[in-house]
Design a protein around this ligand. Structure first.
Ligand code: SF4
Length: 138
């Protein structure tokens, strides 16, 4: 995923706001995007190279990369755990694109990889940072 993917990400996004208000959105981004490699350029002053998913949320849509985070028995969630972004990757984790092990030279390929590559599911930033205090509690 790169900033150039914005148009496609916006088109495939759900037509609903990702957050109910800016406070909820900023709280989630503080807990997730603040250490994500996709937002690192913004932290370095290159805002035009920032994460396109954040831009999608600012356009009033919910990226399909945002899966619901953990909920309690009443459907409540913590601000940091509102969503699990499948594109999250810690800025110290290395390259953003999958790095498949190359086929050994001179060997036949048993099963071609084409058609089997796709979006990788990364771990949440740190489950310990998701407090039990729900953001939508009455
Ligand atoms: S990929 Fe997800 S977690 Fe990372 S900056 Fe973008 S929206 Fe935030």
């Amino acid at each position: 995923m790169t900033p150039d993917d914005f148009s496609q990400l916006l088109e495939e996004a759900r037509d609903e706001p990702a957050f109910s208000n800016s406070d909820e959105g900023i709280g989630w981004m503080d807990a997730n995007c603040a250490t994500c490699i996709h937002e690192k350029p913004t932290r370095q002053g290159r805002e035009d190279q920032g994460c396109p998913l954040i831009l999608v949320t600012l356009m009033g849509k919910r990226p399909i990369q945002f899966l619901d985070g953990p909920r309690d028995e009443h459907g409540r969630y913590s601000r940091a755990g509102h969503y699990h972004c499948i594109e999250y990757r810690h800025e110290d984790d290395g390259p953003t694109d999958p790095q498949p092990i190359p086929d050994p030279p001179g060997q036949l390929t048993l099963v071609p990889r084409d058609g089997y590559t796709g979006v990788r599911m990364w771990l949440r930033p740190n489950p310990a940072t998701f407090p039990a205090t729900p953001a939508n509690a009455p």
